[in-house]
Design a protein around this ligand. Structure first.
Ligand SMILES: [Cu+2]
Length: 322
């Protein structure tokens, strides 16, 4: 529903819309560097061309002895470019420091990257695949990865930060424009890297679409949906579908189609029935029983998933028997 919010703000030829507070500063510096470079490129190339033609070697013309020095000229062509690059450095460096120092008291959202999806966790423990943030509020991302290096990239916020396994990195921004924007992974992370794409929804301060309202409504989807529908949503939210299909094709992991109640053969020989306890254990301790023919690549969801979500998942997997 929220994804249908209007696309706010117009981009330019070079940039998407400016949807966060620092975006204008980033763009201004970019344009400054661009136009200074264009100006000097044209200036130097023009003078060079004129000199090449005008002072070329000609029959019967002896070159004059060139003057060794022109103090005024030398000071001018040293001082002006120095001032320009010092300005570029100063603006870039202070901007960098500002971006690397999240303000205290910023609204905090946990980000977990995994091959190949994003998980956003709000202060009340609710998790989504699409990032939702309030407009006009300083918002901080505390990010980590379950597997390899990913990178959190929101072009409309001019925000990019690596997301590393076993470590926390931070990014922060103040969204200024209500709307829906792209969120990419900007670090090559394997087969489906190019599909590791989602959206950021910037909610208005008040009204039915406000961030508060959205969070309250979205948080208790399990109580609103039937267990099977709720379980399907958890399956999507938690990225189970990255490895487990519903149509019988096996990917990194086995398909769930028709799996319920069948006997599964484990890697070390014994058989086990695909039932409630087996599913629960597979989610919390995936390495405890590894299915024959598969690599133990499933991440544990221990500490990340609520009991009600597991129960809903079980109802959903049961419904796939037919
Ligand atoms: Cu990635």
């Amino acid at each position: 529903m929220m994804l249908t919010l209007a696309q706010a703000g117009e981009g330019t030829f070079w940039f998407p819309a400016q949807a966060a507070e620092n975006a204008a500063k980033v763009d201004d510096l970019f344009y400054f560097v661009l136009y200074v470079s264009v100006f000097f490129f044209l200036l130097i190339m023009t003078i060079l061309s004129i000199f090449v033609i005008r002072y070329r070697r000609r029959e019967g013309v002896e070159p004059e002895k060139s003057p060794s020095h022109n103090t005024v000229l030398e000071i001018v062509w040293s001082v002006i470019p120095t001032a320009l690059v010092v300005y570029m450095f100063y603006t870039g460096f202070t901007g960098y420091l500002e971006k690397r120092t999240p303000p205290t008291g910023a609204y905090e959202i946990g980000v977990t990257a995994q091959k190949w999806s994003w998980n956003f966790t709000y202060p009340n423990g609710h998790t989504t695949n699409v990032l939702h943030v309030p407009v006009g509020v300083e918002t901080q991302m505390v990010m980590t990865s379950e597997d390899v290096i990913h990178s959190f990239f929101v072009p409309a916020f001019r925000e990019k930060m690596d997301v590393l396994p076993g470590r926390y990195t931070k990014a922060w921004f103040t969204p200024t424009l209500v709307g829906t924007y792209d969120l990419f992974c900007a670090e090559y992370c394997g087969t489906a890297h190019s599909e590791m794409i989602t959206k950021v929804v910037v909610h208005p301060q008040d009204g039915p679409d406000s961030f508060e309202n959205w969070l309250r409504e979205d948080s208790d989807f399990l109580t609103k949906l039937s267990p099977v529908e709720g379980g399907k949503k958890v399956y999507q939210l938690r990225g189970c579908g990255q490895c487990h299909s519903l149509d019988g094709t096996s990917g990194n992991g086995p398909s769930f189609k028709g799996a319920w109640g069948t006997e599964r053969t484990l890697a070390d020989g014994p058989k086990v029935v695909f039932d409630e306890n087996y599913v629960r254990e597979s989610i919390l301790m995936p390495k405890a029983k590894v299915l024959a023919g598969y690599e133990p690549v499933m991440p544990t969801f221990q500490g990340r998933i609520k009991d009600e979500e597991i129960t809903a998942l079980i109802a959903f997997l049961k419904s796939l028997q037919q």
